[in-house]
Design a protein around this ligand. Structure first.
Ligand SMILES: [Ca+2]
Ligand SMILES: [Ca+2]
Length: 262
């Protein structure tokens, strides 16, 4: 029985290999399921009811999962995770576009109208966040399969590098709101602008749940063989869907994703 299944599987693989096209960077990025990012530095200004400016750096790298709706490359986060000085839990979404030149651009534009707090000089003061918007743009470069250089994700390995491009038009964050009281009083209107941003990101590879059990950033013969040689037993390394047994379901996941990441 098992031998018959294997023969059928190998025949199907031969068929698939004739129709699977080489994946391009956007497909590779999506197949990884998430990406890591680190802001290397930038400048900010505040004007209006609050005034200030200066450089900023970030010592931390972050990892964001791609959303399953939309393009498969959209992602979201809370305002407080993007601007640590603002405590808002409002969720903002970055919508992805692959530009004609192959770069990826994420746009965000939200109107939270959230009465929250902003940290000024070590004190939290009320802040009515009325709008926040921005853009990240990056080149996508295919690189050799490797561990995430930012260390922000454990698996899968990465094979796409993202580098900021497009200057201030391509990479910025802006916000506006009312400081010191959650009321739309004109004299309290405050603008924030983040610019001269440099950042780097990594992604790609293929998730184990899509058949990449041997993590070489692609679903290929090695994955197929690991599943076949451990067919019918409980072997975590070859258990694609993590249900405690290596069986038809795992084999199908490998076959349906065969060629991904190549
Ligand atoms: Ca693999
Ligand atoms: Ca399984």
């Amino acid at each position: 029985m098992r031998v018959t299944k294997h023969v059928k599987a190998v025949s199907l693989v031969s068929l698939l290999m004739t129709v699977v096209a080489l994946a391009d960077p956007p497909d590779n990025l999506a197949a990884g399921g998430n990406f890591s990012i680190r802001l290397l530095g930038g400048q900010y200004t505040l004007s209006g009811a609050i005034n200030g400016s200066g450089p900023f750096t970030s010592s931390s790298a972050y990892n964001f999962a791609f959303l399953n709706d939309g393009t498969g490359l959209d992602w979201q986060l809370r305002v407080r995770d993007l601007v640590n000085a603002i405590q808002s839990n409002f969720v903002i979404r970055y919508n992805a576009t692959v530009l004609p030149n192959g770069d990826i651009q994420w746009d965000m534009n939200a109107f939270p109208n959230d009465c929250t707090l902003i940290r000024l000089g070590g004190q939290d003061v009320p802040f009515l966040l009325t709008r926040i918007w921005g853009r990240w743009t990056a080149t996508m470069t295919s690189i050799d399969c490797a561990n995430d250089p930012l260390g922000a994700r454990s698996s899968p390995n990465i094979n796409i590098q993202l580098d900021a491009t497009g200057g201030d038009a391509g990479n910025f964050l802006q916000l506006e709101g009312y400081a010191f009281a959650c009321q739309e009083i004109p004299t309290l209107l405050t603008y924030g602008n983040v610019y001269s941003v440099s950042w780097v990101g990594y992604g790609g590879g293929v998730q184990k749940s899509k058949g990449n059990v041997v993590d070489d950033c692609a679903v290929n013969d090695d994955d197929l063989l690991l599943v076949l040689f451990n067919f019918g037993i409980n072997f975590e390394d070859a258990d694609v869907n993590g249900d405690g047994i290596v069986n038809d379901e795992d084999l199908l996941l490998v076959l349906f994703n065969f060629g991904a990441g190549n």
